[in-house]
Design a protein around this ligand. Sequence first.
Ligand code: SAH
Ligand code: SF4
Ligand code: F3S
Length: 448
Amino acid sequence: MRIYIKTYGCQMNERDSEALAGMLAARGHQLTAAEEEADVLLFNTCSVREQAERKAVGKVGFMKKLKQRNPDLLIGILGCMAQRRGEELFHELPHLDFVLGTGQLHTLPDLLEQLAEERKRIVEVAESSAVLTGMGCHYLTPGSCTAQIAITRGCNRFCAYCIVPYVRGREISRDHDDVVREARELAEAGIREILLLGQNVAAYGLGGNINPPPPGVSPFADLLEELAKIDGIRRIRFTSPYVSYFNDRLIRAIAATPKVCRNIHLPLQSGSNRILRAMNRQYTAESYLETVEKLQAAMPEITFSTDVIVGFPGEEESDFNATRELMERVGFDNAFIFKYSPRPGTRAAALDDQVPQSVKEERNQLLLADLAARTHRHLRALVGTEQAVLVEGVSKRMQERWSGRTDGNRTVHFLPIDGLKAGDVVPVRILRAGNVSLFGEIVRSEQN
Ligand code: SAH
Ligand code: SF4
Ligand code: F3S
């Protein structure tokens, strides 16, 4: 069958879709990017904000015309919204054939075979740990040098605003050896950079306990050290860690492992202690900053990016200003700023001091303007420096140039040299800063 997959939401969903593509290809199916050509349309959905759900429902609704033209077409909704809304989706989308939740994704190839034999509506939303071991397959695009590995699934933290623990189920960690084996296979297939994924990656291997481990213990640190021993792997990134899990063991392990990139995505959410408490985040502005400073002391070149929510219920001007100040103080290199979106069934959705949309919009704009100014400053500061760049290939926007990323995750455009290939790490002198990326020249050739 020819299969089209559209993915909404976070990197975890991107990775799930990629694993599904790999599993389907292994069963002899073909992936297609053209929805009109497909026999099966799959929508891997996100529930984190209302807008994400609305977009997916709108898109699937629009697919009705394809189904009218081709009644044999199979349409399925997968992932987080499938898990949250289940059977109810059939009422809104009568042309839908199946709904497959986050715990059952690994059953997709069998489910499609079953539907090819006998048409019926199917809803599978049971939680299952088999999905943990059943989603290790990859579908790498030729020439790609980066791959993602999911090391945990689910979340036990129940931040007051967040739907993820409800739609992704309880937190479970992959087996250490299983992750290392997957990384080795990827390295053999030419992958040079791995991105470890989990809702709270630094809680890896702690059995779902929501209390951070004692100072000397960090199975995540053990994993990083083991992965760094794999020859072909040049860089290791991870997203997202929860700040409270950065104990001395983890900080020391990262500092002593140069393959772990010195750019950490460290979700802050708010800089106000009152709001952090209401969000059920287990840290304060002070303890967050303390961890940042420890990481900076161990690795002076380190940079941070973050996630922030504006307009959480009860957020006053003074809370917002605390967020703004903390963001400036840490000097985040990049930030994803979200307007709070009430999610049905979460604790915060039931609070009555909801912030008006216009205020959320205004705060969002202020943080975006701060961020743009800071990004520009940071990029300019890199002009004149020499950066190790992991080459990704021909630049998407400029055919004559190639692009790659620095250890700090900045995109650099440069003219290629003979023999250059994706996956090489080359020294690049930065000549100029654009609005969001850098321009430079290769200093000398150095094959990986
Ligand atoms: N597990 C990650 C976050 C996953 S969700 C962590 O804890 O860091 C990605 C981001 O979406 C969150 O960091 C948060 O900033 C944002 N988010 C989650 N729920 C939201 C909501 N209801 N409204 C707006 N933003 C939300
Ligand atoms: Fe959501 Fe909090 Fe879990 Fe992140 S840690 S997925 S924000 S509940
Ligand atoms: Fe990710 Fe959205 Fe699900 S952020 S975990 S795809 S709800």
